[in-house]
Ligand binder design. Structure first.
Ligand SMILES: Cc1cc2nc3c(=O)[nH]c(=O)nc-3n(C[C@H](O)[C@H](O)[C@H](O)COP(=O)(O)OP(=O)(O)OC[C@H]3O[C@@H](n4cnc5c(N)ncnc54)[C@H](O)[C@@H]3O)c2cc1C
Length: 312
């Protein structure tokens, strides 16, 4: 595994700004982006032709970074970031949603839906628009308390169904199996996206009957049965659970930070020092993720300049 100086999570303006500043300091840097293109927030939430202001909503308008950015439109702004990526020869892995970040001695191991990377520093620049993915079928609104997208509310001795075949699903299943009756349901008949550790852990837990695997089985329907979840599977069976946890990609910004071990305050804002470094040495935060309601492109670029100026 090649070791990088820096991995940046998210190819929005802040992440791209960080990569350019890092490249200018000759750092070996890679951006991991969950979608197929840069600047997902601009593409998805700005109307076509929208004016883009440097001084946005009364925020700082002065750009202290080395990254070119002027007033323009949605289209000219995206084009500017696209040409900056070419000019600075920035490496980006697309369709690479980061699922977990773990510390390994001096370094970090970053796991995406496709690969595992090792690096010395991390900048989280995922914005605030992230949401957990939901299944296609309807979920009963009366069960919102027991149908979850993280494991924060799990009690001991519950009968839990975990849905998904990625690293998050496998980690939830293995962790929760010590104190609960756990079944993991994945629509494919084998795991193809797990890193070696998680594959080994889940297979040995299943072999020792610590948890049940339902592979190659899909869910057709979930119903409310006396405030529990009655799940109908496409193999003709059904089962009743105290809780369902969907781990099928996506997460809220706060869930993502907590999964990385980054502490947040009661408003969900990450705790950081003046250099935007989190409670974990070597993990920094840039752009909208550092605020409650979002900031601006210039704020993200200024974060980039500040972080890279102190990065070892
Ligand atoms: C409607 C609207 C209008 C706006 N107008 C302006 C304006 O005129 N001027 C201005 O300066 N600002 C404007 N803003 C604010 C501006 O868009 C944001 O401040 C800016 O996009 C924040 O950049 P960011 O890089 O922090 O996050 P984002 O732009 O949100 O980028 C985050 C990136 O991270 C990726 N990502 C998320 N999770 C993961 C993961 N787990 N793994 C890998 N990748 C991930 C996302 O796909 C995305 O590409 C506007 C915002 C909105 C919603």
């Amino acid at each position: 595994m090649e070791k990088l100086d820096l991995i940046i999570i998210g190819a929005g303006p802040a992440g791209i700004g960080c990569a350019i500043e890092a490249k200018l300091k000759n750092k070996k840097v890679l951006i991991l982006e969950k979608t197929k293109e840069i600047c997902q927030t601009l593409r998805q939430f700005y109307k076509d032709g929208k004016r883009v202001d440097k001084a946005y909503k009364g925020l700082e308008g002065e750009n202290y970074s080395h990254v070119r950015f002027e007033d323009g439109t949605k289209e000219s702004t995206i084009e500017n970031f696209e040409s900056l990526i070419k000019e600075h020869d920035i490496s980006i892995e697309f369709s690479s949603e980061v699922e977990s970040v773990k510390q390994d001695k001096e370094n970090f191991i970053v796991t995406t839906s496709k690969n595992t990377y090792e690096c010395q520093n991390i900048i989280i620049a995922i914005g605030r628009m992230g949401k957990p993915n939901k299944p296609d079928y309807k979920l009963p609104p009366t069960l919102t308390k027991i149908i979850n997208f993280n494991a924060n509310n799990v009690q001991n001795n519950e009968k839990i169904l975990i849905v998904g075949g990625g690293n998050s699903a496998a980690e939830y299943a293995v962790d929760l199996a010590s104190k609960n009756q756990v079944c993991l349901c994945y629509r494919k008949d084998k795991f193809t996206r797990l890193n070696d550790t998680n594959l080994n852990d889940i297979e040995s837990a299943a072999n020792q009957n610590k948890l049940l695997l339902k592979l190659g089985v899909d869910i057709l329907e979930v119903e409310d049965e006396n405030s529990k979840a009655k799940v109908k599977f496409n193999d003709g069976t059904f089962e009743i659970y105290d809780r369902i946890i969907y781990a099928i990609g996506g997460s809220t910004p706060v869930d993502f930070l907590q999964k990385c071990g980054v502490n947040v305050d009661d408003k969900g804002i990450p705790l950081m020092n003046e250099n935007k470094e989190s409670n974990i040495k070597g993990i920094f935060l840039a752009g909208d993720i550092t605020t409650k309601n979002g900031a601006s492109i210039v704020c993200g670029l200024n974060d980039a300049a500040k972080i890279i100026s102190v990065l070892k």
